[in-house]
Design a protein around this ligand. Structure first.
Ligand code: NAX
Length: 328
């Protein structure tokens, strides 16, 4: 029998946590033959609700679930962690400036990064979901100097999946026919969903669509503002789709991308495509044997260049702000 994989979820009592934990425990994160142990990390006010969720997890009698531990101590929460999903974050509230938001999140992600550094397993893989995800990932990474930098990633898979779905709707093609779509930049309204290299049943997606106006005026803003549209419609932010994307992100990272396809992940830049080294930005990546690689050699046209640069500029500003706050 395989040794269980330790999966830590922060913000476990929140709405994404509620949609996420049951799928991890049922084998969707790592595979149908991989046993898991769950660690739920919450703040003291969230512990009771996390215990309630743990009771429901028990009641599912998942064959793969070999234990659940609940804690408000990051050192305990990340002890021996192989996979960490950092979901809990401080949301932006009315009237909050960017500096306030970044410093409130620094107070969460800096100590969590340190606790990962000091306690996690050697093969730790980290996905940051809590917003601002890219910069929170940068803060956690900076606090974990003993962990290889590339193990810290930020989630843009929900944006990727949203883009796939919008493109499928527009063209009438099934989602499964669409390959090689890319989200570039920040998980924010400046993100750039790029279809110029995408293929629909083997044909170039931009040519199949044949309508740059639709790209600029409908597709890109619909994908970038989808989170706000969900809040408007549902009265609460995306939860099940966000949890699904977190599952996809880790599953792809661990189990690999399909031949001929790639995915989008927020990862530390190595300088590729003019993105300054060290920024955690979304790129097209392939995954194999638990490692990812940026897809190289793509030709970036003028339309794409301007949009990638604008999103990267925002990431630089966020990085400079957290640097000034002493968070990295
Ligand atoms: P909720 O407010 O429902 O849950 C957050 C949970 O985190 C709460 O239970 C809270 O007690 C806990 N928490 C707060 N600080 C903590 C800490 N220091 N340690 C451990 N737990 C802590 O939010 P939810 O809807 O679940 O969303 C969670 C985060 O995901 C938010 O930051 C949200 O903005 C972000 N999202 C990111 C997305 C992405 O694509 N990257 C999409 C969905 C979502 O908006």
């Amino acid at each position: 029998t395989r040794t269980p994989v330790n999966v830590t979820v922060t913000g476990a009592a929140g709405q994404i946590g509620y949609a996420l934990l049951f799928r991890i425990a049922s084998g969707h994160l790592l595979g149908a033959d991989v046993p898991v142990k769950l660690r739920l990390l919450e703040i003291p006010q969230g512990l009771k609700a996390a215990e309630g969720t743990a009771m429901e997890l028990d009641d599912c009698a998942f064959p793969l679930l070999q234990g659940i531990e609940i804690t408000d101590d990051p050192n305990v929460g990340f002890d021996g962690a192989n996979v960490a999903l950092l979901v809990g974050a401080r949301p932006r509230t009315k009237g909050m400036e960017r500096g306030d938001l970044l410093s409130a999140n620094g107070g969460i992600f800096k100590p969590q990064g340190k606790a990962i550094n000091d306690n996690a397993a050697d093969d730790i893989k980290v996905l940051v979901v809590g917003n601002p995800a890219n910069t929170n990932a940068l803060i956690a990474q900076a606090a974990a100097p003993d962990v290889p930098a590339e193990r810290f990633t930020a989630m843009t898979r929900l944006d990727h999946n949203r883009a796939l779905s919008q493109l499928a709707k527009k063209t009438g093609a099934p989602v499964s026919d669409i390959k090689r779509l890319t989200i570039w930049g920040n998980h924010s309204a400046t993100q750039y969903p790029d279809i110029f290299h995408a293929e629909i049943a083997g044909k170039n997606a931009a040519e199949v669509v044949g309508d740059e106006q639709w790209l600029a005026d409908t597709f890109i803003p619909t994908v970038a503002k989808r989170g706000a549209a969900i809040i408007e419609a549902r009265g609460a932010s995306s939860a099940a789709s966000a949890a699904n994307a977190a599952i996809d992100h880790v599953h792809t990272w661990v189990n690999g991308t399909a031949a001929g396809d790639w995915t989008s992940m927020g990862i530390p830049s190595d300088g590729s495509y003019g993105v300054p080294e060290g920024l955690i930005s979304s790129f097209p990546v392939t995954c194999k044997d638990g490692k990812y690689e940026i897809v190289q050699g793509l030709d970036v046209n003028e339309f794409s260049r301007a949009r990638i640069d604008a999103s990267v500029q925002e990431l630089k500003e966020e990085r400079d702000a957290v640097r000034e706050l002493g968070l990295i």
